[in-house]
Design a protein around this ligand. Sequence first.
Ligand code: E4P
Length: 218
Amino acid sequence: MKFFIDTANLEAIKEIKAMGMCDGVTTNPSLMAKEGRTDTDALLREICDVVQGPVSGEVTTLKADEMIAQARQLVKISEYIVIKIPATYEGLLAISALASEGIAVNATLVFSVSQALLVAKAGAAYVSPFVGRLDDVSEDGMNLIEEIITVYGNYGYDTEVIVASVRHPLHVVESALLGADVATIPPQVIKKLIAHPLTDKGLAGFMADWEKLQGGAR
Ligand code: E4P
């Protein structure tokens, strides 16, 4: 299973890369804005240099021809750039055109099986269903992942499923159980995945017993 990091924060990316847990990165306009840098192309380039794997940068236009033009500029930043395009009617036109040019697209803001089916048919390299935002409105986000994986399996689409809008470790565990290709995970959730109170408690006991042994040996 691949772990992408859902952030534009370079320090967090470097830290998680050092843990061996960063196969790629996803950004969006809100995550970029959080960093407060107006040189967004330079930031994306720096992220690509660290990650050396797929880095999603999102278009900020709404019409297909504008998205296509922006995507053609964004891919010049690095060989690792993947273009995030929203799953709208205009987005679908853009995905189709970009895919035929060999540009890797991550179809974003996906909330239904029908959207996932169409973006795969259009040739998207990745689909990003937002599980947390569905959970927020009392819909089962992980159920959507299961259905998309079933549909893609039925027809052999090679579009990779990125579980997005991940809010907690259980989203990652359930994604792995369903066989999702990728989870894009916020840095704070990555750190929670390794934490367990019984590990901490057990370690404290081992350290205390070891200390006692050292004291008795003196
Ligand atoms: C996905 O690529 C998005 O950047 C992200 O997962 C959105 O998550 P949010 O719902 O926490 O904003």
